[in-house]
Design a protein around this ligand. Structure first.
Ligand code: ADP
Ligand code: MG
Length: 279
């Protein structure tokens, strides 16, 4: 057991080494958040007193084994679940429900209504939530579809697209809403390895081009190191903060390098030791 995780990773976040948005103020504050599900028989504690801060321009990753409460945490930030204790605040305001300032991209390919074209999928939430007129919504939708390389598919229906393309539409739809924080729950987990890698690269390129702040959930250590500039490592069920570390120095080019492999091994050890200790 590691009594004080911050001692393991004393280097704190010197963020945004990539040339993306300048990191600025604290956007999201998660403080001592415990999350529970009440089933008929018992109470399932999904996370225990989890705290972290996300700053403007961060690519903040929640990393941990399956069942450690990552999705539950993301849903709580999204305002869909209320903490049983602790607080979540965005721009200093306590989160009390869902809002257009936090948009989620999920793993599933079926998050796009199939009866709407690609353009309609992206434009519709802009008309409803942002009250944009049709022309303005379409214009903004096309702008973001272009950013993900899908402007040519604006009039296609989702079933004609590959899994990777559907995820690009979901990302364009989320970015078009210009949320304060973009929430992603294992968005590339259902893709084949090559597409997944390509999508990770695209996400980083988008982050450099478009000014956004990311809270990203994954159980893949490699993905966390590549996508994130900061990683919160969660222990197994119920999820507790195991460590927080910096990962801004890594990209796909880092894969074979010693320092990357050492970081992978170090995180593996933390997850593995914790799993053993829990059993
Ligand atoms: P992760 O996303 O890290 O895999 P989840 O947040 O989905 O983990 O789940 C955390 C824990 O909460 C797990 O033990 C899971 O079984 C439990 N859980 C998730 N959803 C529900 C639910 N609707 N009712 C009861 N327990 C749930
Ligand atoms: Mg999950």
């Amino acid at each position: 057991m590691v009594a004080n995780p911050t001692l393991l990773f004393p280097e704190r976040a010197d963020r945004a080494v990539r040339s993306g948005p300048a990191v600025s103020e604290k956007l999201l504050a998660v403080e001592n958040v415990s999350l529970e599900y009440r089933t008929r028989e018992r109470i399932v504690r999904a996370t225990h007193e989890v705290s972290f801060d996300v700053y403007g321009g961060d690519r903040f990753v929640l990393l941990g084994p399956s069942g450690c409460g990552k999705s539950t945490l993301l849903k709580a930030v999204g305002g869909f679940i209320e903490p049983s204790s602790g607080t979540i605040s965005l721009d200093g305001q306590i989160v009390r429900g869902p809002g257009a300032d936090r948009i989620v991209v999920f793993q599933e390919f079926d998050q796009l209504p199939p009866w709407k074209t690609v353009l309609q999928n992206v434009a519709f939430p802009l008309r409803v939530a942002k009250k944009l007129a049709r022309a303005e919504a379409n214009e903004r939708a096309l702008h973001y579809l272009d950013k993900v390389g899908l402007a040519a598919f604006a009039n296609a229906y989702p079933h004609t697209l590959s899994g990777g393309m559907k995820q690009r539409v979901a990302i364009a739809r989320a970015l078009a809403m210009q949320p304060r924080v973009l929430l992603m729950d294992e968005p590339f987990a259902a893709l084949d390895a090559l597409t997944r890698r390509k999508m990770q690269e695209e996400l980083l390129r988008l982050w450099e081009e478009v000014n956004f702040t990311l809270l990203f959930v994954t159980h893949s250590i490699e993905e966390a190191l590549i996508v994130g500039n900061r990683i919160l490592l969660l222990s197994p069920h119920p999820g507790r903060v195991r460590a927080e570390l910096n990962s801004h120095q890594y990209s796909h080019d880092s894969f074979g390098r010693n320092d990357f492999q050492r970081s992978v091994a170090r995180i593996h050890r933390l997850l593995f030791e914790e799993t053993e200790a829990a059993q």
